[in-house]
Design a protein around this ligand. Structure first.
Ligand code: HEC
Length: 147
């Protein structure tokens, strides 16, 4: 390698290092706040959702499927459905008579798309079944675990 090409290569390394140190974390910050924002829209029914009840292939009306309709209260006793908060989802709790369990991204998405909880118990029919993409599900998870 010539001295000139060594210098050119060095410049490329420096530019790449600056990008990794400065730009990457900033981009991740933007991504995570966009993800939380998408999660908020899905939660509050402002994002188109397709859902049905178990064993029933009729699509539920748009205004019925936003999570907030049933999971609107943070207080379990006052709510039609369990609170979707980090405290409830991430702490070991007995759910539906099963052993203590907590959620992670994978189990949360399984609840939404398949209707089965972290211990394998099938949820009540009142909880709709959705068809979320990985991105939508991760966005919802970011939103509810930030509460
Ligand atoms: C029509 C009412 C309704 C809507 C809309 C609804 N849910 Fe539910 N959801 C329920 C009910 C009722 C349960 C409790 C089911 C049970 O205990 O068997 C539940 C349970 C859950 C659980 C399991 C919580 C636990 O106990 O571990 C999660 C997670 C959940 N819902 C997420 C969502 C999300 C996210 C949305 C919106 C995309 C949503 N739900 C929309 C009624 C609803």
């Amino acid at each position: 390698m010539t001295r000139a090409s060594n210098r050119a290569a060095f410049k490329i390394y420096v530019v790449a290092a600056i990008f990794l140190v400065a730009v990457e974390p900033a981009a991740n910050g933007v991504d995570s706040s966009r993800s939380i924002e998408l999660g908020r829209e899905i939660f509050s029914g402002q994002h188109a959702l397709v859902a049905h009840l178990r064993d029933d292939n009729r699509t539920l009306p748009d205004n019925a499927v936003g999570c907030i309709n049933c999971h609107g209260h943070a207080d379990n006793a006052a709510s039609f459905a369990p609170p979707l908060t980090s405290q409830y989802l991430l702490s070991d709790t007995r759910r539906r008579g099963g052993p203590p369990s907590r959620d992670d991204l994978g189990s949360f998405c399984r609840v939404l798309n398949v209707g089965v909880d972290p211990t394998g118990i099938v949820l009540k029919k009142a909880m709709p079944q959705y068809t979320f993409s990985d991105t939508e599900c991760a966005a919802l998870w970011s939103f509810v675990t930030a509460r």
